[in-house]
Design a protein around this ligand. Structure first.
Ligand code: NAD
Ligand code: MG
Length: 393
């Protein structure tokens, strides 16, 4: 029997890896919705090949282009943020949430509210609104499966275990593009240099976030939210080879590590076939040939984002939404050439300080709503833009 699935963010790196797996078993899946943004040709090509019911672009001004590209195929075309959220509510068994940024929150939440399974790559959802996501999943009997490689690794290491026996969770970080750079060179890092990752082939935004460790900072918060563990029990370990994705430490001193090639199809495939395992077309590691795996402690001076994540977790409330929004705007600023690489963390810290009081209000986890998150996001974006302007002027 085929399973009904939708892919939010189908044209991106995670979306395309998901489609790669789906395509290997065409009879296994009945594709409902695919969504994208600017890459209309890719969206239309995949929607036609996978016989999707509907293809949606985030850009309203591209609706006619999408209609033209889909002409005669029988695939419905739609555009805009609301249309994406509407598509996410169409009945399915499994939805991949792989839009980049806070834009992924509302559609992912809408999908969850249908009570199926949400494979969650969009870590921003948990950083901005973890309590809301988990609360709604519970209320609607939905399942969230992690797709971020570290969280998939932790999830797998926890199968059959009792959370009460978990002492610590260690997520690894490759260290990104600038792990070995002299600190004084970091302000001069260019966009091109920050956009290439030593191990993983990912979207540009998450690649730059890996170089700054904002990605890992987000993942620490994601770990706290998803697994419900205390901030103190979460550790980051720099591991340049990206083969051990995470480790779980138990009360008896034992560690369970998840080891695999740096290929996102492993985590996507695990979420796709869960609770079974299925054959996946990923490299089989030859550890004898690899010979050695390295580990070091993260350097706080190089990666201030990790310290900021601790502050965000200590503050609670809507600080995750503030953090993510400020980070997104600072990243836009770096991409646009308005900020140098190290100024991203400065901007985020400034915004966290400025918004701390308001954002910490409504700390009660039950009080979180999409509107409150959107408001915190909006105000933090405004503050971050002002902070960037101030530097420019
Ligand atoms: P990407 O940039 O390659 O793709 C992003 C997708 O989102 C595209 O389909 C794009 O069309 C869509 N999109 C962009 N802006 C949008 C908007 N405003 N509204 C609706 N759709 C929009 O990104 P990616 O690397 O595939 O990452 C997707 C998500 O998965 C991110 O949250 C990222 O942190 C997470 N993630 C990615 C990887 C990876 O290996 N790429 C690993 C772990 C987690
Ligand atoms: Mg990750």
């Amino acid at each position: 029997m085929s399973r009904k699935i939708s892919i939010l963010g189908a044209t991106g790196s995670i979306g395309q890896n998901t489609i790669d797996l789906i395509r290997r078993d065409p009879a296994g899946y009945d594709v409902v919705a695919l969504t994208g943004a600017g890459n209309i040709a890719q969206l239309a090509e995949d929607a036609i090949a996978l016989r999707a019911d509907v293809a949606v672009t985030a850009r309203e001004n591209l609706l006619d282009d999408l209609r033209d590209a889909l002409a005669g195929s029988g695939v419905e075309a739609a555009a805009g943020a609301e249309a994406i959220t509407e598509a996410a509510t169409r009945p399915t068994d499994w939805v991949m949430s792989a839009i980049v940024g806070a834009a992924g929150l509302a559609p992912g939440l809408a999908a969850l509210q249908q009570g199926g399974t949400l494979a969650l790559a969009n870590k921003e959802s948990l950083v901005c609104a973890g309590a809301l996501m988990l609360g709604e999943a519970k209320r609607h009997g939905a399942t969230i499966l992690p797709v971020d490689s570290e969280h998939s690794a932790v999830f797998q290491a926890l199968v059959g275990e009792d959370m009460a026996a978990v002492e610590r969770i260690i997520i690894t970080a490759s260290g990104g593009a600038f792990r070995d750079w002299p600190l004084e060179d970091l302000p001069n890092a260019t966009l091109d240099q920050a956009s290439s990752h030593p191990n993983w082939d990912m979207g540009q935004r998450i690649t730059i976030d890996s170089a700054s460790m904002f990605n890992k900072a987000m993942e620490v918060i994601e770990t706290r939210e998803f697994f419900g563990v205390s901030p103190e029990s979460i550790e980051v370990l720099v591991h340049p080879q990206s083969m051990i994705h995470a480790l779980v430490g138990f009360c008896d001193g034992g560690l369970m590590a998840h080891v695999g090639p740096p290929d996102m199809r492993l985590a996507i495939g695990y979420a796709l076939h869960h609770p079974q395992r299925a054959h996946l077309p990923v490299e089989r590691l030859d550890l004898a040939r690899i010979g050695q795996l390295d580990f070091t402690a993260p350097d706080d001076a190089r990666w201030p984002a990790l310290r900021l994540a601790r502050e965000v977790m200590a503050a609670g409330g809507l600080m995750g939404a503030v953090f993510n929004a400020a980070k997104e705007v600072a990243l836009d600023g770096f991409i646009a050439g308005q900020l140098c690489f190290t100024q991203m963390a400065e901007i985020v810290e400034e915004v966290l300080d400025a918004r701390a009081e308001e954002a910490a209000q409504g700390r009660g986890r039950d009080a979180m709503t999409l509107d409150l998150v959107a408001q915190a996001d909006h105000l933090a974006r405004k503050a971050a833009k002002a902070a960037i302007q101030k530097r420019a002027g």
